[in-house]
Design a protein around this ligand. Structure first.
Ligand SMILES: [Zn+2]
Ligand SMILES: [Zn+2]
Length: 192
C-alpha cells in the first residue's frame, strides 16, 4: 500500500465514490493507517473543497452537491448551465446556486453568509475544482457565453499554456473577483 499523503488522499476520494459516506474508522481500516492520519488527510481534502465533513463521517463535496436539486439556469444571467463550465456555490442554508460560467459565478453570493463550498469546472479536464484555489483566464479568444469570457483552470500551468494559445490575462480567485466587481460597477456608472 502506497502511503504517500497525496496518493492516499486519491484513494480516499476513490473509496468515497463507491460509498456515500464513510467514517474515519472505516477509512483507517481500509487504508491500513491510523485514524489520526486519516483525520489529517480529510482536513487537507476539506480545505480543498473536495470533501464535506459531517458528524460521524465524510462524503464527497461534489456528491452532496449533486444530490440536491440542480440549478438549470444561471443565477446571474438566466442562461442554461452546461456542466462543462458550471460554477457552483453551496450555501449554508442548504441552497445551491449555479452559474453558466466563472464570469457569472464570481459575481454571485449566497443570500446569507459565505458559501460552504465554491466549485469551478476545469476548462480542460471538466472536473470540479475548488474555486478559491483555481486560476482564471479572462478575455481570451475563447468565448463560451458571457463577455469578457472567463475560463477556470485547476492548475496555473494549464492556465498559462492556454493563455499562450488564446491570449487573455491569468488571475487568481481574489484578483479576478476584484476585477469583475470593478467592471460591473463601472457598467452601472457608480463611483468607485
Ligand atoms: Zn450566467
Ligand atoms: Zn456565462
Amino acid at each position: 500500500m502506497n502511503s504517500l499523503p497525496e496518493s492516499r488522499q486519491q484513494q480516499i476520494l476513490a473509496l468515497l465514490q463507491t460509498a456515500e459516506t464513510l467514517s474515519i474508522r472505516e477509512l483507517a481500516a481500509e487504508l491500513d493507517v491510523s485514524q489520526m492520519t486519516i483525520h489529517r488527510d480529510l482536513n487537507k481534502l476539506a480545505e480543498n473543497g473536495l470533501v464535506l465533513k459531517m458528524h460521524g463521517g465524510v462524503k464527497l463535496a461534489a456528491e452532496s452537491i449533486a444530490a440536491k436539486p440542480a440549478a438549470h439556469t444561471c443565477g446571474m444571467c438566466h442562461q442554461p448551465i452546461s456542466s462543462r463550465n458550471a460554477f457552483i456555490l453551496d450555501c449554508p442554508d442548504n441552497e445551491q446556486i449555479g452559474a453558466c460560467c466563472p464570469h457569472c459565478g464570481l459575481m454571485m453570493q449566497c443570500s446569507e453568509n459565505t458559501p460552504r463550498v465554491i466549485l469551478a469546472t476545469d476548462f480542460i479536464y471538466g472536473h470540479k475544482t475548488n474555486a478559491l484555489g483555481a486560476y482564471y483566464l479572462i478575455g481570451s479568444a475563447v468565448t463560451v457565453c458571457c463577455s469578457p469570457s472567463v475560463l477556470a483552470f485547476a492548475s496555473p500551468e494549464d492556465g498559462a499554456q492556454f493563455q499562450r494559445g488564446f491570449g487573455g490575462d491569468l488571475m487568481s480567485y481574489r484578483q479576478i473577483q476584484a476585477y469583475l466587481r470593478n467592471i460591473h460597477l463601472e457598467g452601472r456608472h457608480d463611483e468607485i
